[in-house]
Design a protein around this ligand. Sequence first.
Ligand code: SF4
Length: 352
Amino acid sequence: MNLPQRLNRKHLTARGGITVTLSGITKKGNVGGGSVGKQGKSGISWAGATWSPIRGCTGCGSAGPHGERCWGARWAHRQNHLLPGYATANGWTGRVGLIESALEKPLRRPTPTCYAVGLMGDLFHKDLPDWARDRVFAVMQHAYSRGHRFICLTKQNERMTAYFQAVDLYERWLDAVDPIRRKWTGLPSIGLSNPTIRPLPHVILGVSAWDQASAEEACRWLRQTPAACRLLCLEPLLGAIPELDLDGIGWVIVAGETGPGARPMHPHWVRAIRDQCQAAGVPFWFKAWGSWVPSTYDGVYHNPLCDGPQFSPRAHGRDCHDFGDGYGAVRLKRAGRLLDGEEHNGFPEIPR
Ligand code: SF4
């Protein structure tokens, strides 16, 4: 999917967000629109690269169902040789901080890139001070002329909303942007408007949710957050969400769970969200099934596979899951990202 070079009037909506193109069912679409570098290569279907200017966490707390299964902690642990002290094989150490050496990475990269921001932690973690967040957003602001786009995801939805509603946010950002502008004089600046009124146009703010209750909560906080585009990230999707109020939401991503103890995702849950997105005109990105894929996977899902001759539970044991309603799932290393035989690469129109 080709994205417009610049935001123009027809992309602005009455809801204060950005209109979306329902690319919906697109085969092999642009992967987040960003090119992928060797360093920070994302491996994430919806982003071209990752940028980790903050690191560390202390768990999801009541905001998440899977702190002990945190993918970010596993990833940080694998990078301990580069930056030790934040994660062990058992999870986070409790240390949370700004990574100075990574802070200006997007400014150094000339190729327009879609960055997933701060996945080795949570940008809105309570132990990260606001001045650190200010510096991260100051880099994003000055990186606009590079053509980059940024996707920030959090489970701390209430703290993110409070951060973007703060009356002194504009003054703080002006202070944070100033030294970056003086250092990176070669990069033209778009000028900084009050972000509580005019959010950065190339920054998507997202909240994670996993079932009906958490999705309602996430959307409620998102709608109160000034943002050019608001993302509801349903990963891992752990339950049905039959009633999804997408008013004010600009993008929805769905994915299944991965890693040790991953739980299977029912195809009906995914279809229902896809259909609600299509009805609301909201782009839908189906990232991946996770560690489990619906049985009889041929794009139709017509056979209760766990009871079938090919994938009987007896033969597969714990690698076969029966949803109990005629549907089953099997554990696969490469479960893929086809839903009913097609990729779903809906992506909001944002400037680059
Ligand atoms: S980084 Fe995110 S998913 Fe991991 S423990 Fe922290 S809040 Fe939970």
